[in-house]
Design a protein. Structure first.
Length: 188
């Protein structure tokens, strides 16, 4: 989902209306479906929307979503026969998993519980990969390390290179998590 704005001229004034949109495939075509009409956003509304966008995506300032662009919306000619997809990776499901992981503050919890060690990849990061993999495509740690991780966009989201992901750190992270399994959620 993403924000989209449209400009409408009424009574000699230009009004900018915002809406939340998602892309869906229907009958073999991708269409944009409006999820919510947000209307005109004043400075306070834009600030709230920016804060929400940063919280949900975990990214810095997304100014380009809220400020008018100098770019022309003119169509661009593309030669489809010369286009090719390189290293296509799954994004939506892992992005949602990562967003939920941070929204539930499981990253903070794992940092506290598992601590920092001398390992090249933190146990907290390994735990996040394991949980997101379980959410998206339940399988063994070996399958996650050898196949699943490289087919997803987690490398970009986590900043964790594929070369550092193998089954051994997953097993070590699980070993560190097991003693905390009995802890009740109310104490966290």
């Amino acid at each position: 989902m993403y924000l989209r704005h449209s400009k409408v001229r009424k009574d000699g004034k230009t009004h900018t209306y915002w809406r939340l949109v998602r892309s869906v495939r229907r009958n073999g075509k991708v269409i944009q479906e409006t999820v919510a009409q947000l209307g005109e956003l004043d400075a306070k509304g834009r600030a709230k929307a920016k804060a929400l966008a940063r919280e949900i995506t975990g990214r810095g300032d997304q100014r380009e979503l809220f400020e008018p662009s100098d770019l022309d919306d003119a169509p661009v000619a593309v030669r489809l026969k010369r286009l090719r997809v390189e290293r296509g990776r799954a994004f939506g499901d892992v992005w949602l998993g990562w967003t939920l992981w941070r929204a539930l503050r499981l990253d903070v919890l794992c940092d506290e519980v598992l601590g920092k060690g001398r390992e090249a990849v933190s146990y907290s990061q390994m735990a996040s990969v394991l949980v997101i993999a379980r959410l998206c495509e339940p399988s063994s740690e070996l399958h996650i390390a050898e196949d699943w991780y490289r087919r997803t966009a987690l490398e970009d989201l986590l900043g964790l290179p594929e070369s550092k992901v193998n089954a051994a750190p997953f097993y070590r992270a699980l070993d560190r998590l097991v003693p905390h399994k009995e802890r009740s959620s109310s104490t966290w």
